[in-house]
Design a protein around this ligand. Structure first.
Ligand code: ZN
Length: 504
């Protein structure tokens, strides 16, 4: 930014200096970038989606309205065609009025009256897609530390009890990864030990509650579970550590139903030379509902739409088609993007790349290319126009947890935006994930980056890389040392038995 200002001043005061400056970048990518940075309906689109429609869980009326919003907004942005494609999520789920109350006893001295009972409310929400728990009263709560094997052994017999599980405050992407990775084994230990339910301390401070999911397939989990406000959880832990007896009343009346239909929304710009070949620019439209899903991932659904607008408004015609996809069911385990990859498997040989944004509005630093060392050199050329935004890094790691995943496992080149944490993690899936958290000047830059990258992929003389065979995909998993991660999240079995990924 500072450099731009200095150049501008030089331009005013010195013709010589201006003439010596490098020629303006008139590439198609840069033209689209310039259009993308101009005012647009980005803000009002996101206002409709978050403030008016609100949180968007598949199976709800809000989600249906969001799909209609997507169709309308993609059409208004100038798409050549817009349609929806349905798929099934195994169960519906919604939270009832979760309630948790703690009772503790303490001694106040014989003069005043001996043993006193103190009752206080514990602010709690159910984990998503967790089973209901009919109201239970006066159940002992027991501290199982961080829920390791050793912690469970130290805690002794926990059958029929409610477990208090400690967590770390969420600060980095690595912390978030660990939060997911740790959860499943803790649930397994709790089920094995016959616990009644588990109460996890929120990983956010200041009473922030959030919705979380510990399964990866849209199936109902094995144990009733709540997230408790960190401050309440710490109070419970201190009482237990001091030797006070603590009991809880707990009611988790979740409503669970059978399979539900959900929809992805697809807008397309048809390619001018190779319309059968296509690039995907995608972001998920669904969200959790405690907040309004602004950072995760309404802002990037609005980005996808605005990138289409920018390309259309620039007048540049992509040679290959570009599909702008708003996926659904992402939060239940990338179910919508998986369904899309499977339904379009027959044409994935013609997929020229998949670009996904799913990390709020923290500054983009580069892209993760899903283990594809073979595409690093051409990708460097491709993102060269983004150097003006300081977007330069290419990571050859394999990532899980957003909508590129099933395309990557089908051998298609993928680009996931790597972004700074900014305010994403403290508001992640939380009551506080609302419109006011969105950094619009930064989001505008991301629209420009996404539009330029999608256009670049669509216009390369030859595609950036081939679709990998099953054996080659497996090699990228091994070379990037991702096997352990796959096993941790139960993905390895899905890959081996052909439930996910390229068949041959
Ligand atoms: Zn997301």
């Amino acid at each position: 930014m500072r450099i731009v200002k200095v150049l501008f001043l030089v331009g005013i005061f010195s013709f010589t200096a201006l003439a010596a400056a490098p020629p303006a970048d008139t590439s198609a990518e840069n033209q689209v970038i310039q259009v993308a940075l101009q005012p647009s309906s980005l803000e009002s689109n996101l206002h409709h989606l978050t403030d008016e429609i609100g949180g968007r869980v598949p199976g709800t009326l809000a989600m249906q309205h969001a799909v209609e919003w997507g169709v309308q907004a993609l059409t208004a942005a100038g798409a050549d065609s817009v349609h929806t494609e349905g798929f099934t999520i195994p169960s519906s789920w919604s939270e009832g009025a979760t309630e948790m109350t703690a009772t503790t006893s303490y001694e106040i001295g014989a003069k005043v009256g001996g043993t006193i009972l103190s009752v206080f409310r514990v602010r709690a929400v159910s984990f998503a897609w967790a089973p209901a728990l009919p109201a239970v009263k006066h159940v002992p709560i027991v501290d199982v530390g961080e829920g390791t094997e050793a912690d469970f052994q130290n805690a002794g017999d926990v059958s029929g009890k409610v477990l208090l599980v400690h967590t770390k405050v969420l600060k980095t992407w690595d912390d978030l990864f660990a939060e997911y990775a740790n959860a499943t084994p803790i649930v397994d230990r709790a089920v094995k030990a016959n616990a009644k339910a588990a109460a996890f301390l929120a990983t956010r401070e200041h009473d922030i509650l959030y919705r979380h999911l510990n399964t990866t397939t849209g199936e109902i989990d094995k144990l009733p579970m709540v997230i408790v406000a960190r401050e309440d959880g710490e109070r419970l832990a201190r009482l237990l550590a001091a030797g006070n007896k603590v009991w809880v009343d707990l009611s988790i009346p979740n409503q669970i139903g059978g399979p539900i239909r959900a929809s992805n929304v697809i807008g397309e710009i048809t390619g001018s030379e190779n319309p059968d070949e296509f690039v995907i620019l995608g972001a998920h439209l669904d969200s959790w509902e405690l907040g309004t899903g602004a950072l995760d991932n309404g802002c990037n659904a609005a980005l996808v739409i605005d990138a289409l607008r920018a390309i259309k408004a620039s007048g540049i015609k992509p040679k290959r088609s570009i599909r702008f996809i708003l996926f659904s069911g992402e939060e239940q385990g990338m179910i919508g993007s998986h369904a899309y990859a499977v339904a379009h498997r027959h044409e994935l040989d013609k997929a020229a790349g998949v670009v996904v944004y799913d990390s709020g509005t923290g500054k983009t630093t580069g892209y993760s290319v899903g283990g594809r060392t073979d595409i690093v050199d051409p990708a460097k050329q491709l993102i060269a126009p983004l150097a003006q935004f300081d977007v330069k890094a290419l990571h050859t790691d394999i990532e899980w947890g957003t909508d590129h995943f099933d395309f990557m496992l089908e051998g298609v080149p993928t680009f996931v935006a790597e972004q700074e944490e900014a305010n994403y993690l403290e508001n992640y899936h939380a009551v506080s994930d609302t419109y006011d958290k969105v950094d619009f000047p930064q989001l505008k830059k991301h629209v420009a980056e996404a539009a330029a990258l999608a256009l670049g992929l669509a216009n390369l003389p030859t595609r950036i890389g081939p679709r990998l065979t099953r054996a080659q995909i497996e090699q990228t998993i091994i070379d990037s040392r991702s096997e352990q991660m796959f096993k941790q999240f139960g993905l390895w079995d899905d890959w081996v038995n052909g439930k996910r990924g390229r068949q041959k």
